[in-house]
Design a protein around this ligand. Sequence first.
Ligand SMILES: [Zn+2]
Length: 191
Amino acid sequence: MAAAETTESTAREFLTDIGPKPGVKYPVDIRYCGECSMPTEYCEYYPGYERCKKWLEDNLPKEFEKLMSGKGGGDIEEEKDGEDKKKRQTRGGKGAVKAKKKLEPEGIKLATSTRGKKKKITIVTGLASYEIDLKAASKFFSNKFSCGSSISGDDEIVIQGDVKDDLFDILPEKWSIIDEESIEDLGELKK
Ligand SMILES: [Zn+2]
């Protein structure tokens, strides 16, 4: 029982350790291309890639197959294990490098609405697009207006009470990044 557990955890460790990590150079046995003399995974950046492919097909058919299946890497071992191969593909694939999308200020939108019979609320959207921390903003509103305030969406804060008119002054005053001109009044939303 204990022995089986050990084997299992070792295997798991092995699997999580094996993937290529960005920025790490691996002394795995690298195969060089006879056409462009680069490691085979770089062939596709070589202008004579078509000739590389021919060379690879003739000399390193296994490597060629692997490159054609959309992945680099030089370890033939992994072909024995389909699952492991999948893992490496998702980790080391070209698509893995995704730049974080920068937020663009989208303007602030203010609106009022009613909750229940005659409870007014004010809805503020767009703060997060200025990279303003919604949690801090909500707390600020709550203190400023002595009322409840909560985050109600990805980029939406609901303030209890009608404080919309005050916000046109308060928002640019509190966050200089917000221009009063970029605050839009959506009026009263019908529920
Ligand atoms: Zn080549």
